[in-house]
Design a protein around this ligand. Structure first.
Ligand SMILES: Cc1cc2nc3c(=O)[nH]c(=O)nc-3n(C[C@H](O)[C@H](O)[C@H](O)COP(=O)(O)OP(=O)(O)OC[C@H]3O[C@@H](n4cnc5c(N)ncnc54)[C@H](O)[C@@H]3O)c2cc1C
Length: 152
């Protein structure tokens, strides 16, 4: 290797922009499938540029990350959920509440993104993906590979 050269692999099958839940789920699935995968995140680390917290739903999350409730940094399980239909001066509220939703494997959990995104990032890394932080993607270059054709 000569001066100025690096040993960083610049050839990837998959380049994911953004280490949010979607990007990290995609990167985890791709890396597990054996694809060389890199994730580029503009934040200092995954979770630092996102909405502060929210509700994480168990079923879709488990499809990618397995039994995450056993070791993920979750805050609390959700036992009550409501929806409101509003008019200017009134509201109809529909909802459910039961301690049973905390039993066995709950339907959803409250989470802080700064913690849970880092957990997803760890899973993506364990699967083989490389995560680069503090790097903003400004442009996507589309390379069109034209197959040589013999038109007569
Ligand atoms: C106020 C609010 C409350 C919400 N509450 C919930 C909730 O309780 N439960 C729920 O399931 N969903 C909730 N959502 C929706 C949820 O936030 C999104 O569906 C989810 O964050 C989408 O994930 P994502 O990975 O696609 O994008 P994001 O979470 O937005 O992640 C995108 C990532 O890409 C990075 N990025 C963006 N541009 C670039 C770039 N050019 N270069 C490099 N990195 C880049 C960002 O820094 C970020 O880390 C809420 C949304 C809002 C706005």
């Amino acid at each position: 290797m000569t001066e100025g050269e690096t040993d960083v692999n610049l050839n990837y099958d998959v380049i994911v922009v953004g280490a949010g839940p979607a990007g990290l789920a995609a990167a985890t699935v791709c890396a597990r499938a054996g694809l060389e995968t890199i994730v580029i995140e503009r934040g200092r680390k995954p979770g630092t540029k996102n909405v502060m917290g929210g509700v994480l739903y168990t079923r879709p999350t488990a499809q990618v990350f397995g039994e995450f409730w056993k070791d993920a940094p979750l805050e609390r399980c959700v036992i009550e959920q409501n929806a409101w239909i509003l008019t200017e001066d009134s509201a109809i509220k529909l909802g459910y509440r039961s301690p049973q939703f905390a039993e066995d494997v709950p339907n959803s959990y409250t989470v802080l993104r700064v913690k849970v995104d880092e957990y997803f990032a760890q899973k993506a890394t364990e699967a083989g993906a490389l995560i680069i932080n503090e790097t903003k993607v400004d442009e996507v270059l589309r390379l069109l590979l034209l197959r040589e054709s013999t038109v007569s």
